[in-house]
Design a protein around this ligand. Structure first.
Ligand code: HEC
Length: 171
């Protein structure tokens, strides 16, 4: 009798453990299988796809807007639109480039030995967009590596203050 009691006690305990852990491990298993890929997904996009997403945005802005003047190869049009590819002017100060894309530019400048002076209207409205397109230009037309690209911190002092009179006659 003792044996049977022991066995049934054991069964009760076993069933209790099975139910408790079975249910428990079921949940924690599915939680684990759900959690792990999520964490991976998040870890990757944050580190890598953050930049990939920025590049995609930059490329889109470039093809939508800049290409008209600065051309598909970013070499510009001599005498009219300065080059962005291997532009000594841009590379001397990419943060200034971000400000120009945000606020427009209308000043005489020498780019790769050529003089340019024509108004460029503001092209984008947010620093995120401006950094995205300048980083795209730096990476794709100037051979910058990822760690040479601008961060949002680099442009924290850029003020958004679009030039007021791009369309008005310049005398
Ligand atoms: C309507 C034509 C036009 C469009 C569109 C345009 N630009 Fe410009 N861009 C110019 C002109 C003209 C200048 C010279 C401005 C000056 O003389 O002050 C210039 C100058 C620049 C400069 C500084 C000079 C250099 O070559 O490094 C940068 C950087 C620049 N543009 C980036 C861009 C980007 C990025 C875009 C797209 C978001 C863009 N531009 C769209 C006409 C344009």
């Amino acid at each position: 009798m003792k044996k049977i009691n022991f066995l049934s006690a054991l069964m009760v305990v076993t069933m209790f453990i099975l139910t408790a852990c079975g249910g428990g491990s079921g949940t924690s298993e599915s939680a684990a299988t759900q959690d792990e890929p999520k964490q991976e997904e998040q870890a990757k996009p944050d580190a890598k796809t953050g930049l990939e997403a920025q590049m995609d945005l930059g490329e889109k802005i470039y093809t939508d807007k800049c290409v008209v003047c600065h051309q598909a190869d970013a070499k510009g049009l001599k005498g009219a639109f300065p080059p962005l590819a291997n532009s000594d002017y841009l590379l001397a100060d990419p943060v200034r480039g971000v400000a120009q894309v945000l606020n427009g530019s209308n000043e005489e400048m020498i780019v790769n030995g050529e003089k340019y002076h024509a108004p460029m209207t503001p092209q984008v409205q947010t620093k995120e967009e401006a950094v995205a397109v300048i980083n795209y230009v730096l990476k794709h037309f100037n051979g910058y590596t990822d760690d040479q690209l601008l961060s949002m911190d680099d442009v924290k002092d850029v003020e958004i203050n679009p030039m007021q009179t791009p369309q008005q006659p310049q005398q």
